[in-house]
Design a protein around this ligand. Structure first.
Ligand code: ADP
Length: 585
């Protein structure tokens, strides 16, 4: 029997058992059945090979062929990635739709990188240079926003024998290298197995905040470039909106958005909306720096895992060029559910709530590929991947295994709260339960680069919110009127912080993204009011006049002040001072 060919003996949903694939290894890709479906070997027991199939297995039955490819699930990396919309096995959805119609034909295949597209390669290295793995040979202007760097592939080095400006598709040879193993050519494309991390020189501690334009994140629970965050929340609490907001506004050079098995319509939103969005920094379409990996609704659960790893492998490739990459995965719970289903079919010993025992390690494998690094290559450039994963626990229960496994590896937790969402406080990030382990680093960075008051104001705001939650209990028992004046003023300040600062409408273009300057001024304004009313109460003003007056409306509207008119904040501060003075005397 042909060694590269086996046959199906059993089909159970997305899981196919095959025999006769002697020599095949774990995670090798195979093509299953007459329909040529994509599958991956995930268990080998004697002569039985369990294959998770990434496409609907309808019509597959015993006796049909299974063909080895000899290669693990791999991605093609090169110019053309940007602006692409891929499925989990890196098939370009637009090319498939063009050639096969809107419903993807099973087993359909198109190269991930369009071979008909021509790129202009401009060398930066020259003949005679000694180049090592990761060194940049030249560049290609891939999109209006991204300069694609053609690098020496990992494990290759040598002396450049030939390199020149060329125009051609990704398979065009751009350089000839003489290495230890002889003379070889370098093209604009590399292949990489998705489950394996791409090598780096070393990992370093993240030292720079990733600015997201979202006030509750940047001010209270910041994330670092190269950091990891999780956004758990029940259905309707705003996970997807948070992910979209970050994809639009975070100051990353490259954005990879992985929609792993969320409800079909949400991915449609992304697909419809993203091509029309503009990058705030350059005014160019956001897609000029974005890659989308989308699970189409007709792909079975197994494909979710493929999309997560395909996404992170593409992210690593751009990181290796020295870019700061942000990867959003929505939602990792769907991926975990897929693992549970496959594990059940493999009859593995179930762990907590039926999830496989390796759930934690698989999730960790994914998040551990985030980080700030010094890339391969002699110029010691640095790159970063920031990973933000949404988790949708059933019933919003944060003690369930997927949230817990995620929390063990991520450093930022933005816990979305159904009560806040219900009262239309968005983003519904609960300020009492959320945390960021990058806080100290970001404080230090913002104090020194931005304003020395930054961390002081942040801590004051947090203290006010925490004190408010303690007082709420008391208010429920005795009523607000029974509180001493300083607590009533604090309750007012807390309300202002919640409603006038933390509340941010993603759908109002004046409010969707706030610069650090404006965030700082807005919080300072609220704290200024708080300080003024406190001191004027001591000077004899009535509580009533301090808790209801005209400037409160001005403060409530301050978040809509345009980024071009930030000097209005100073005028407003002055107005507060004058108004409170007038009340007091
Ligand atoms: P989830 O993904 O958690 O199910 P969504 O992200 O789809 O929830 O959000 C549900 C709804 O909540 C949205 O359709 C929107 O109306 C509202 N929403 C969420 N976040 C915001 C926000 N920042 N600003 C305004 N509305 C929001």
């Amino acid at each position: 029997m042909n060694e590269n060919r086996g046959e199906v003996v059993k089909v159970s949903g997305p899981l196919v058992i095959a025999r006769g694939l002697t020599g095949a290894r774990m995670f090798e890709m195979v093509r299953v059945g007459e329909a040529n479906l994509f599958g991956e070997i995930i268990e080998i027991k004697g002569n039985d090979y369990s294959i998770q199939v990434y496409e609907e297995t309808e019509g597959i039955g015993p006796g049909q062929p299974v063909i080895r490819t000899g290669e693990p699930l791999s991605v093609e990396l090169g110019p053309g990635l940007i602006k692409s919309i891929y499925d989990g096995v890196q098939r370009p959805l637009d090319a498939l739709a063009r050639d096969f119609g809107e419903y993807i034909v099973r087993g359909a295949e198109r190269p991930a990188l369009d071979r008909s597209k021509k790129w202009n390669f401009i060398p930066v290295a020259k003949v005679g240079d000694r180049v090592e793995q990761g060194d940049i040979l030249g560049t290609v202007q891939e999109s209006a926003l991204v300069v694609h760097k053609i690098m020496m592939p990992p494990g290759k080095s040598g002396i450049i024998k030939k390199i020149e400006t060329v125009t051609g598709n990704v398979d065009t040879e751009v350089a000839v290298i003489e290495g230890q193993e002889g003379i070889f050519g370098i093209t604009m494309v590399q292949r990489w197995p998705v489950r394996e991390s791409r090598p780096v020189k070393r990992k370093v501690m993240p030292t720079e905040p990733m600015i997201t334009g979202q006030r509750v994140i940047d001010m209270l629970f910041p994330i670092a470039k190269g950091g990891t965050a999780c956004v758990p929340g029940p259905f309707g609490s705003g996970k997807t909106v948070v992910q979209h907001q970050l994809a639009k506004w975070a100051d990353a050079q490259i954005v990879i958005y992985v929609g792993c098995g969320e409800r079909g319509n949400e991915m449609t939103d992304v697909l419809m909306e993203f091509p029309h969005l503009k990058d705030p920094a350059s005014g160019e379409p956001l897609m000029e720096r974005t890659v989308l990996v989308a699970n189409t609704s007709n792909m079975p659960v197994a494909a979710r895992e493929a999309s997560v790893f395909t996404g992170i492998a593409i992210a690593e490739y751009f990181r290796d060029m020295g870019y700061s990459v942000a990867l959003m995965a929505d939602s990792t719970s769907r991926w975990a559910e897929a693992m549970r289903e496959i594990s059940g079919r493999l009859e593995e010993m179930p762990g907590e709530e039926g999830y496989p025992a390796y759930l934690g390690s698989r999730i960790a494998n994914f998040y551990e590929r985030a980080g700030s690094v010094i890339c391969l290559g002699s110029d010691d450039r640095s790159g970063a991947i920031t990973v933000i994963g949404a988790v949708s626990p059933p019933g919003g229960d944060f003690s369930e295994p997927v949230v817990q496994a995620t929390l063990r590896v991520v450093k930022v937790f933005w816990g979305l709260d159904d009560k806040l969402a219900f009262s239309r406080h968005f983003p519904a990030v609960n300020w009492l339960t959320s945390y960021s382990l990058y806080q100290d680093m970001v404080d230090e960075c913002s104090d020194c680069k931005f304003d020395a008051q930054w961390s002081i104001n942040r801590k004051r705001a947090m203290d006010i919110l925490q004190r408010e939650s303690e007082l709420e209990e008391l208010v429920r028992l005795v009523g607000i009127d029974a509180l001493p004046h300083e607590d009533r003023l604090l309750m007012q300040a807390a309300k202002m912080i919640r409603e006038d600062f933390l509340h941010q409408n993603a759908f109002d273009e004046r409010d969707a993204c706030t610069s650090l300057d404006k965030q700082f001024s807005l919080l300072k304004l609220i704290l200024h009011y708080f300080d003024k009313v406190n001191s004027s109460y001591s000077d004899g003003a009535t509580l009533e006049s301090l808790t209801s007056n005209d400037v409160l409306n001005d403060i409530a509207r301050a978040k809509l002040i345009s980024e071009e008119a930030l000097d209005q904040f100073e005028a407003l501060e002055q107005k507060i001072t004058n108004t409170i003075c007038a009340i007091t005397w």
